[in-house]
Design a protein around this ligand. Structure first.
Ligand SMILES: [Ca+2]
Length: 389
């Protein structure tokens, strides 16, 4: 398709979006004025289509996000906003160090708010086939937010995919959860740090944050820990983990508490271990990435004065290529181990398939594709799967 065809079809799409916005009861002057001037952004499509060739390892991910500089800045901001954060914790149940950690991960405390024009981005994605319906809804919601909060379209800027302000809210989160944190009578997630922090607290409370509970903690496994029986990524009462010999990261006993925890080994049995609690699930409702959720929790701990991880992160971690992961998924599928879609991402289904594979072959069942496991998967003949030797 040549560029003028694209512009034509974008123009037709905008006409359709105008119709829909009017049918949904948005005021005609806003609809005509705003939708009539939107620009197709080729860069947005380019970014939407681009996928990294290599997956960042957990160690590299964490190192890039929980830096000493970010911890120091987070501590400064925790102290500067102490009164507000204390009030937000009382009101919403979310401690200030978590709110500051989200802020740090989303926009480096406001230093990367993003400069893409949000409405252009949303319209470009709405008029593109791949995830059009989702972004069309977000665009309609963005217009509603614009009307409700009397926003200036040109000032609505953010990520290429439409996330806005200090906490990078999509329009649907903005509409539902944004609140006025500094009591000036208006909501501004770009200009008001207090509004952004209060909105983050309100959002987390709505996602189910449990007052008074941590996200989880680093743990250490005993040398004789049986991964196959204990179950990486399975849930047990804290007391049961304790009986299996699991301790806090520094070797101290786990706290006595009556709730379930899930064991995560993001780099396999040779890397750090974590027991995560209910609030970890809440963080994952904000962002579906396990690495993101651990980074939020750990950064929050560090901002609150906690120590760095006890377990060493490997200096030079191996990055897996997307194509290599897909080949592995394909092979796990041929072996009947149900790794989920061959999407080149090691998600929960793929890790579960790897654990099944490892269990059958007396490898440490940690669900991590270390070189030995990968080699074994790729050289395993499909017909031999599950049969006695
Ligand atoms: Ca305000």
């Amino acid at each position: 398709m040549n560029p003028s065809d694209l512009t034509d079809s974008f123009g037709q799409c905008l006409v359709r979006l105008e119709d829909r916005a009017l049918r949904q009861g948005l005021p005609e002057p806003i609809v005509r004025e705003v939708l009539g001037t939107l620009q197709f952004q080729p860069r947005v499509i380019e970014l939407d289509r681009s996928q990294p060739e290599f997956m960042q390892s957990f160690a590299d991910y964490l190192r890039a996000r929980v830096t000493e500089q970010r911890v120091a800045r987070g501590r400064e901001l925790l102290s500067r906003h102490r009164d507000l954060l204390t009030r937000l914790t009382r009101e919403y149940g979310v401690p200030g160090h978590y709110l500051v950690a989200f802020w740090g991960l989303e926009t480096n405390f406001g230093s990367f708010l993003g400069s893409m024009p949000t409405l252009d981005s949303l319209a470009t994605l709405a008029c593109d086939g791949r995830r059009g319906a989702f972004f069309e809804d977000e665009l309609m919601t963005a217009l509603r937010v614009l009307e409700r909060d009397s926003l200036v379209p040109a000032s609505m800027r953010g990520s290429w995919a439409g996330a806005m302000g200090h906490t990078q809210f999509m329009p649907s989160s903005y509409l539902r959860y944004a609140v006025d944190g500094d009591d000036d009578g208006r909501i501004d997630l770009w200009g008001s740090e207090a509004d952004a922090l209060a909105s983050g607290a309100n959002y987390l409370q709505s996602l189910g944050w449990l007052r008074g509970q941590r996200w989880g903690r680093e743990v250490r496994l005993p040398a004789d820990f049986n991964h196959a029986d204990a179950g990486v990524e399975s849930s047990r009462m804290l007391e049961q983990w304790q009986k299996l010999g699991v301790t806090a990261g520094g070797g101290q006993p786990l706290p006595v508490a009556d709730f379930e925890a899930t064991l995560l080994l993001p780099m396999g049995h040779r890397g750090p271990g974590f027991l995560v609690y209910s609030n970890f699930e809440v963080i994952m409702r904000w962002n579906r990435s396990q690495s993101y959720a651990i980074a939020v929790g750990h950064l929050a701990d560090r901002i609150a004065g906690g120590p760095a991880l006890v377990a060493a992160l490997p200096e030079q971690d191996r990055a897996l290529s997307r194509a290599g992961i897909q080949a592995m998924q394909q092979r796990l599928h041929e072996l009947g181990l149900e790794p989920g879609e061959a999407d080149g991402i090691v998600g929960p289904a793929t890790r579960a398939a790897l654990r099944r594979f490892q269990r059958e072959r007396d490898l440490v069942a940690d669900g991590y594709p270390d070189p030995a496991t990968l080699e074994a998967v790729m050289t395993q003949a499909p017909e031999a799967s599950g049969e006695p030797e």
